[in-house]
Every structure is written in C-alpha cells, then in structure tokens.
Design a binder for this molecule. Sequence first.
Ligand SMILES: O=C1O[C@H]([C@@H](O)CO)C(O)=C1O
Length: 576
Amino acid sequence: MVELGLISLRALQLPRLLILCFFVILGNFHKAEARIRHYIWEAKYEFRSPDCFKKLVITINGKTPGPSIQAQEGDTIIVQVNNSLVTENLSIHWHGIRQIGTPWFDGTEGVTQCPILPGDTFIYQFVVDRPGTYLYHAHYGMQREAGLYGMMRVAPRDPEPFAYDLDRSIILNDWYHSSTYEQAAGLSSIPFRWVGEPQSLLIHGKGIFNCSKSPSLSTDVCDASKCSPFVQTVIPGKTYRLRIASLTALSALSFQIEGHNMTVVEADGHYVEPFVVKKLFIYSGETYSVTVKSDQDPSRNYWITSNVVSRNRSTPAGLGMFNYYPNHPKRSPPTVPPSPPAWDDVEPRLAQSFSIKARQGYIHKPPTTSDRVIVLLNTQNNISEYRHWSVNNVSFTLPHTPYLIALKENINGAFDSTSPPDGYDFANYDIFSVASNANATSSSGIYRLKFNTTVDIILQNANTMTKTNSETHPWHLHGHDFWVLGYGKGKFDVNNDTKKYNLENPIMKNTVPVHPFGWTALRFRTDNPGVWAFHCHIESHFYMGMGVVFEEGVERVGKLPSSIMGCGQTRGFHGP
Ligand SMILES: O=C1O[C@H]([C@@H](O)CO)C(O)=C1O
C-alpha cells in the first residue's frame, strides 16, 4: 500500500514537500499504534565520584542512574543487556511492571531466572501495559547499591487527569562508600557487621560528601571539585510534574522543595486523589508524581532537600537546587536549607499513608472479601549466631535453581517443600518487646496460592532485637499491584481492624511501608501466572532473609525461554 502510494505520488510528480507531509502524517498515524522500543545496554564497573568520594560503581552505557526508558502504554520494550562486569553475575528487575504473560522476564535472580553470567548477553522483552512511573534496578545479591538503577516513564493513551507543562524525573538514593561485597560479607559474618548509616544522600545521582571532614583521604579518593549538587532548572510560572522515586538501600526519606507545595497526583502508576504536602515521605521502591508550580520569587534559587527519617540519622541531608531561570544554577539560596522532620515522629508518616486514596474516576474497587489471609510477622532474629530477618520466624534463602523453572519443569528437590506458616503465635507473641527467644529457622519454602483467588496480606511489625526499637520496612510485590486496605498501630486485630478497611477508594500500589510497631493490610488477586517475590526493599534486609515467594497458576505459564536457564538443576536443561 505504502509503495503503491509512493509510486502514484511520484507519478504525479508532486513537489517533495507534499511527499514529506505524507510521511509525517503516516508517522503520526503509526504513533498511535503500540511500538517496539529496542535498547542495547552495557553494564560495567567504572570509577565515579557521585558525592566526591571515588569508588567503583556499576554504570549502564556509562551512566548511573542509567538511561531512562520512555514509552507509551502498550509498547513492547526489548532490552539487550551485555554483562561486562567481568567477574560478577547480573539480573535486572523491571520494578512495577507486572510481566503479564512474561513472568520469566521479571529479572529476579533465583526466582524467575538464572543470573546473567559475566561476558554474556541476555534479552528482556515485555509489554508496558499501564501508564505511570516505574523503575528498573539490579536484583542480584546487593548489586542495586552499586548504582545499577534507572527510571521508566510510560505515557498514557488517554489524557492525564491533571495538567502540567513539563515532566521531570528525580530518583532519590542513599550512598555507601564501602562496596556491596564488604557489606554483604559483614552481614553474613560472626560477629555480625552491620552496614551502618549511609555516607551521603544522592538526588538523581548527585550528592555531596564533605571531604574536609576526612582529612586522611587523599584528593585522589575524595576531591571536593569532583561533585556538585543536583540542579532542577525551572522557568518561572510553569507547572512541573516531578516524578520522584526512591531506590535507597536503607533509608526512609523526607523530600522537600523550600517554599513550594507539592500536589501528589500519582503513586506507583496509579492516579491519586490530589493532596498537598510540603514534605513528601518516600520509601525505597516507591514512586510518586507531584505537581509543583514555579510561582515563588523568581530572583533567587531554592533548596531541594532529602533527609533520613525513621532512623536516628547521622547522614547529612541531600541537597539540590531548585533553580529559577535565568539565575545562575550554582547561586546558593539566601536561606538555610529547610529543617527536616523529627526522625522518630511516626505520626506525619502515618498521616501521609492515610491520605493516599485512589482518584475519583480511576477507582478500581477491590473484592469485598478474601479467600485467604496471610499474616506476616516481621522480626529480627538469630540463626546459629548469624543475624537474620524473618517472617513468621522463617528467614528466606534463595535456592540455586530458580523457582519458576523448577516448578514449571517439575524439577524435584530444588527447594524446601514445606510452605512457611500463614501466621504467627498471635496469642503469645508480644510485638512491643524484644523476643524472649530470638531464634528462627531458614528455608527456601514458598507460599502456593490458588489461582484466581483473593489473598489478604497483613504485614505485622514488631520490636527488633534492640529494646524499644521497631523499624520501617517498605514491602514490594512483584507481578502485581495490591490494594492498600489499611494501616494501624500495634497488633493487628482480626475481629476489629478488618472493619476499618477502606473498600471504597483504596489506592493500588506495588510497594508499601509497614510503620514501626504497626501493621499494613493489603489485598490482591492471584491472576498472574508465575512465581513472584514479595520482600522488604531494604537491600540488606532482603539479603538477610526478609522476604517470601508466592506461586500462582504456574501450570498456566507458557513455554519458558531457554535463556533463563543454565544454573543449579537447570544446567543443560532444554525443556521437555
Ligand atoms: O538489620 C539491622 O541491624 C541493625 C541493628 O539492629 C543492629 O546493629 C539495624 O539497624 C538493622 O536494620
């Protein structure tokens, strides 16, 4: 057809301009169709100084944060990953993408695929079926912390329900100067060596570590001229959509732009009934869109800050510049950076959690009842003198043969066959005290969920092994969005707390915090055949066992690609 059209146009000898117009129209017509977006990425270690301190980081095509993926709802994303890490395995998780029909490309090493070996190439291919703000990051060991992460923006086919002039992305992170290897080895040592608080906070890959405070470091290692704060330049009078995401290793954060309100409009790819904040609390694995008007005094710049909350912070604030054009981007604001919220005040954080509701006109109603309730008690434990985190007293360990392959191909003995329990000893366990017996067991057992049913998860927080201490844990579910039915303080009460569930307009998310000494209730449908991780997004906590795995409808999963195989009992396995 196109060729015929071309011939006839030529035959008519229409001017070139007309032919060009024809192709522009044709091009626009094609834009409405789903597209295939192809990326070729090389992951490798390079020396970088994101906060002035030089260390080895993992870059993608020379960048950390890596390149942004920008697509439209319904597009197919193909990413060819070349692992040039030389001595290290790799896998990349597409955080928030449900992988409907492609559970093998979720990128979770040990769950959905074997690792990508050094020198190997792996091709991920999946559909971005929903608009919104998503992330990608390494999902092998504690590799995410080395800097392999980036953003995915998926534009909708329909107009957005809010207006803005410009769209910008900001990924927040915390940053350690020790390597992921040192950290991982410390966590699995006797005596236990905790990773400690991060050395700095990064705003979209930029932070400032004060080299003069560590005079023993040579200028080759720490050089104040090698880093600069993040700058967001804005044109006065415009409305900006800022996509703010957190991929911290440990820290819960409070984010603010001095003198500016932020209207929250999206969370984890779902439209939110708009609400205004001065400080946005954000936990690792969450994404938000806020709209901000550049309507303040345009003759100066303003501070952008991120601060640690929920831990007794020793990490200095992350500082950036909200730069009103045409002021110089490096001109410091005439003010001191705004003060952070009290680190140990849970109330404003709980209040924000309660404020998030699905936007009118975009409400997906949850089923009113569930078929199964699983309560997950979050505890810190000892197992043979090693420090762990557990749920229901079981600390999770990854098997060598990925679950998806083991289950789909009926490979026996690949993981522990006993499922972890659906609850804990409600009557006797005191969540407000250090456990009298902090011993736990470790297991690679998983939850087998009946396909096409409704499951409730109650995350129950508790005291850690330190007196009067309970931490915030952001839990992330792969392959699904869940409804957030409620949050509460203290011990979840099955008889009364369920009555307070929001069944009218709950937000759907893929990552949610359980607040200190509190509980969070979630509901989801087991409608995505596959094997899916659900875990604390704090890198060291998942490494120490704070996670579970759900299987649903694995018999409905299509033929597995051989590219995900090659490890454990899948070695040399080419399928039936
Ligand atoms: O796993 C952890 O260990 C430390 C602390 O409990 C012991 O040093 C901490 O804050 C964690 O989150």
